[in-house]
Design a protein around this ligand. Structure first.
Ligand SMILES: [Zn+2]
Ligand SMILES: [Zn+2]
Ligand SMILES: [Zn+2]
Length: 85
């Protein structure tokens, strides 16, 4: 009876580091997203859009891409007395 092992070591059990995949990268900025819908939303509402709503309140400097955010801000911070929205 001869019993022999093959000399080759099987190494396919080696754990591989799993890279964090963020396959959806914005081409216009550094942002990347795991899901396409997030990138689409980013492109539509965030990227490539200047904040177009600015608070008029003296030395406040708040600005937002969303009118509703500015409105909220003005009511919260300045009791709504600053901007005419
Ligand atoms: Zn972007
Ligand atoms: Zn304001
Ligand atoms: Zn403000």
């Amino acid at each position: 009876m001869s019993k022999f092992k093959s000399g080759r070591e099987e190494t396919n059990d080696k754990p591989r580091p799993v890279p964090v995949l963020v396959p959806f990268k914005c081409s216009q900025c550094e942002k990347s997203y795991k899901y396409k819908q997030n990138l689409v939303r980013h492109l539509k509402y965030e990227c490539d859009k200047e904040a177009q709503y600015h608070c008029d309140y003296e030395s406040c400097g708040y600005s937002s891409k969303f009118k509703s955010n500015l409105k909220k801000h003005c009511y919260r911070k300045h009791n709504g007395g600053c901007c005419k929205i």
